[in-house]
Design a protein around this ligand. Structure first.
Ligand code: AMP
Length: 190
C-alpha cells in the first residue's frame, strides 16, 4: 500500500499517518522527522538544514528530492508525510514512482482552517517545545503552505486517487473518515 498524506501543518497528518502505518504495516516516511533527526545527530545534512527548520522555511527542492528518491526506492509500501511541498517536488515524486513502477494507491488531503491549525500548533509548542512552533515560524509555515503546497494539492485533486477529509474532528473521527474514504475508492475492503 502506498499512501500520500497532504494537508497544512497542524492538520493531524503525522498522527493519522502513524495510524495508517500501523494498520497497513508500512513505514511512515515523514520528511520533517528525517530532517529533525539529522539535525539532532549533527550530521552534515543536519547542520545544513537546522537553521532552515527553525525559521519554518523550506529546505531546497534538490536536496529533498534526492533524499526521498533514495528512500522510496528501498520501500515497497509507505505512507508519505511532508513531501511533496512544492510543484517541482511533486513532479519529481511522480517521475520517481513511475520509474520504479510503484504508483500511489491513495492521496489523502486533510482539510483544516488556519485558525484550527494555528491553535493546534500552539498547543503542541507548549507540550513539545519544537523550535519551529514559535509564533513567527508557525505563520511562515502556513504562509508557505498556501503559497506553494496548495498547487501540489490542486495537481493531485485532478487525479481520481485524491480523497479530501475534514481534519477538524477528533483523532478517531478523522481516522474513521479516512477509512471510509479508502473503502469508497476501493483501496480497502470492509
Ligand atoms: P514538518 O514536520 O513536516 O512540518 O516539517 C518540518 C520542517 O522540515 C519544515 O518546516 C521544513 O523546514 C522541513 N521540510 C520537511 N519536509 C520538507 C519538504 N518536502 N520540502 C522542504 N522542506 C521540508
Amino acid at each position: 500500500m502506498r499512501i500520500l498524506i497532504l494537508g497544512p501543518q497542524g492538520s493531524g497528518k503525522g498522527t493519522q499517518a502513524n495510524l495508517l502505518a500501523a494498520v497497513y504495516r508500512i513505514p511512515h516516511v515523514a520528511t520533517g522527522d528525517i530532517l529533525r533527526e539529522a539535525a539532532a545527530r549533527g550530521s552534515e545534512l543536519g547542520r545544513r538544514v537546522e537553521p532552515i527548520l527553525d525559521r519554518g522555511d523550506l529546505v531546497p527542492d534538490d536536496l529533498m528530492i534526492d533524499l526521498i528518491r533514495e528512500r522510496l526506492e528501498r520501500e515497497d509500501g509507505f505512507v508519505l508525510d511532508g513531501f511533496p511541498r512544492t510543484l517541482p517536488q511533486a513532479e519529481a515524486l511522480d517521475a520517481t514512482l513511475d520509474d520504479i513502477g510503484k504508483p500511489l494507491d491513495a492521496v489523502i488531503l486533510l482539510e483544516v482552517s488556519d485558525d484550527v491549525a494555528t491553535r493546534r500548533l500552539q498547543a503542541r509548542a507548549a507540550e513539545e517545545g519544537r523550535a519551529d512552533d514559535s509564533p513567527e515560524a508557525i505563520r511562515n509555515r502556513l504562509r508557505l503552505y498556501h503559497e506553494l503546497t496548495e498547487a501540489v494539492v490542486a495537481r493531485y485533486r485532478s487525479d481520481s486517487v485524491l480523497v479530501a477529509v475534514d481534519g477538524e474532528g477528533s483523532v478517531e473521527e478523522v481516522a474513521d473518515q479516512i477509512e471510509g474514504a479508502l473503502i469508497r475508492i476501493g483501496v480497502r475492503s470492509r
